[in-house]
Design a protein around this ligand. Structure first.
Ligand SMILES: [Zn+2]
Length: 84
């Protein structure tokens, strides 16, 4: 990831960035879990930078993890709360 630039909202210019990990807790359909998400950060100010390809990657990881957890809780014999 060298030589790439992205627009930083804080710096208001195109800056070099790096990818780091961020742990978040997601909850959906009564299933909550922690997941490591990739986040692009500005090399200058360290702020988060929105990148569509990173978002796509995170959504894909999230979907896989969600399905995995869903399978686990079902096989565990617990009743899932109904979605309201
Ligand atoms: Zn910045």
């Amino acid at each position: 990831m060298t030589g790439e630039f992205a627009f930083c909202q804080e710096c208001r210019e195109y800056v070099p960035f790096f990818i780091s990990d961020k742990e978040e807790v997601w909850e959906r359909g009564g299933v909550s879990f922690g997941i490591i998400l990739a986040v692009a950060r500005c090399n200058k100010c360290g702020g988060d930078i929105y990148l569509p390809e990173i978002e796509d990657l995170n959504l894909e990881n999230l979907r896989k993890e969600y399905l995995r957890r869903l399978g686990q809780s079902r096989s565990g014999g617990r009743n899932l709360p109904k979605e309201s």
